[in-house]
Every structure is written in C-alpha cells, then in structure tokens.
Design a protein around this ligand. Structure first.
Ligand SMILES: Nc1nc2c(c(=O)[nH]1)N[C@H]1C(S)=C(S)[C@@H](COP(=O)(O)O)O[C@H]1N2
Ligand SMILES: [Mo]
Length: 196
C-alpha cells in the first residue's frame, strides 16, 4: 500500500494543517440528500479537452489499474481524519487513458447530486487524487460518496466529489458549487486557503 500521509512534509513538521483539529470519527458533509447509485448503474463520463472522450462503466473503469493508498482527509470546516485507506484509480491513470489534450488547463468534476468542484489540471495530476470505491477495506459507504468518489489529500475535502459521475477537461477555469460561493479554487490546507 502506498503511504501518502507524509504530504505535509513539503510544508513543515506538523502533520495537522493550521487551524484543524484531529478527529477519529468520519463525519458526513453533503449539500443535500444521498443519491442512491449502484455499482452496476454507475458510470463516469470523461469529456472536454481530451483526445478520446469516454464513458466508463464500473468494470471498465476499475480495469484501468487500481491502487490502495493511506491518506489524511482535511475538511475545510476544521476537522482532519488521519490514516484513511482508499482503493481506486488515480487521476494520472485516468488522464493517461483518455489522452488529455495540451490545451487543457482545468478540470470540473460533477456528481449525481448536482455537486461540482473545479481544480487546476496540475493539482489533479497528483497521485493522491483518487477515484475511490473502497474505504478501509470495505465498499465506500453511500453517505461518503459510494459507489465512487474523489479524494484529494493535498486539498480540502470539498475538492473531492462524492458520487462522481463526470470529469470535464477545460481550457479555462469554471467555478464549482462551493467555489462559486466564495471557497478557494486551490484549497491548500497547509496554506489555509479556505476562501477566495
Ligand atoms: N457530490 C458531493 N460531493 C461532495 C460534497 C457534496 O455535498 N456533494 N461535499 C463536499 C464536502 S464540503 C466535503 S467536506 C466532503 C465530505 O466528505 P464526507 O461526507 O465523506 O466526509 O465531500 C465533498 N464532496
Ligand atoms: Mo466541506
């Protein structure tokens, strides 16, 4: 298993980002209801500035090459959970499969509850950005975004779309749900980039 719990070392000696407190619980934060999506009916549409737009089924997606990682999870509301184990496909693995065009600069993730979130492409091309379907060895629970969600250990967790169903490669930035409401585009927890 890959251990990504040392990302903080790029920023100093403190594993807990500034202004955060550690929790061993895993709170659920959603803007609305939990959508009910089965693995069998789940799909991921990858579109925009790519050479080959594709819609993946769970089966075709999982065949891209899964990995398991240990990561920390930082919520912008102030809690952090250490040592989460996630299994899924990394963003760089997906990017390779669809052959991202050179014009792409940003990414907009969308989800089946209507949620969206955006990140610069360079921030997505981090091995820790994982489309995850397993948490601590079990299928990802629905309230945490099952069947498949994104996690972003180098960013506040609102950058990780639960119930993800779309990835659009963009040639200019487009704001997501919380970003439109004043949250940071880059959302680096060690720089405390909470608001824009
Ligand atoms: N689809 C979707 N993804 C989402 C959200 C949401 O409301 N809908 N909330 C975000 C926020 S603000 C946070 S902090 C994390 C929370 O993940 P958790 O509920 O598993 O703790 O999911 C993020 N991803
Ligand atoms: Mo959040």
């Amino acid at each position: 298993m890959k251990d990504l719990t040392d990302l903080y070392r790029d920023h100093g000696d403190e594993r807990l980002p500034p202004g955060q407190r550690e929790t061993t619980a895993f709170p659920v934060l959603s803007k609305g209801e939990t959508p009910a999506v089965d693995r069998d009916e789940w799909s991921l549409a990858v579109s925009g500035a790519v050479e080959s737009s594709r819609t993946f089924s769970f089966e075709s997606f999982s065949e891209l090459g899964a990995e398991t990682q240990r990561q920390d999870f930082h919520c912008v509301t102030g809690w952090s959970r250490f040592d989460c184990t996630f299994t899924g496909i990394s963003f760089p693995t997906l990017a390779e499969a669809v052959d991202v065009s050179e014009e792409a600069t940003h990414v907009l993730f969308s989800a089946s509850d209507g949620y969206t979130t955006d990140l610069p492409l360079a921030d997505c091309m981090h091995e820790g950005v994982l489309f995850a379907w397993e948490f601590d060895g079990d299928p990802l629970p629905d309230p945490h975004g099952g069947p498949v969600r994104v996690v972003t250990p180098h960013k506040y967790a609102y950058k990780g779309a639960k119930w993800v169903d779309g990835v659009e490669f963009l040639t200019e930035p487009e704001l997501g749900f919380w970003e439109k409401r004043g949250y940071s585009e880059t959302a680096d927890p060690w720089r405390e980039e909470r608001y824009s």
